[in-house]
Design a protein around this ligand. Sequence first.
Ligand code: ZN
Ligand code: ZN
Length: 213
Amino acid sequence: MLEFDFIKRLFSPKPKPSELPKPVPVTPERRFDIRINPPGPNLPKESELLAESRQLLATAGATALAARVQVRWNARMRSTAGMAYWTKSLVTLNPRLAQFGAEEIDRTLRHELAHLLAHDRAGRRRIQPHGPEWRKACRDLGLADEKRTHDLPLPRRAAVRKYLYRCPACGAELARVKPMRKPAACIKCCRAHAGGRYDERFRFAAVKVNPSA
Ligand SMILES: [Zn+2]
Ligand SMILES: [Zn+2]
């Protein structure tokens, strides 16, 4: 029903002010297309995050920013953990952060707040997104040694090394993600027995590997 009404309104001529329906109070459920507070026992409320943000910023000396900062969950974020919109003093967080625990939520919140704080302090001066001003802001918000990433801390899958090669002389093995395109020889053996030059005797030979590897 909601969608139908919405589409009808889109295509119908603009109503005169007198014909406008009374505004309906917007509940979180009705804002399904903008932002949702998805259910989850580990998901702190926006109000809690806001209270924490205000306290952190005030402690860092940015009282005006502390008063206007906003924090929202945005369920439409994909792999981005958080975003900072300094023109709006707004931080948005990806609800999927919850699956990485409260610490990740807090870390991301501080990372994004640091962007707002750095811009607030810089005024009109241009600054690098993750430059010294931001790093200083991170430290002032209790975040030492922050990495410069906005990606979710998803476990990065190590590249699968499917191709294995072995030196016929010393047995040294070499694992590769992609097959070797040029012949390569074992450097150890070439140094030891061929004056450091390529020698066919020590050329790596392909070894059959476990297909599940
Ligand atoms: Zn950042
Ligand atoms: Zn060798």
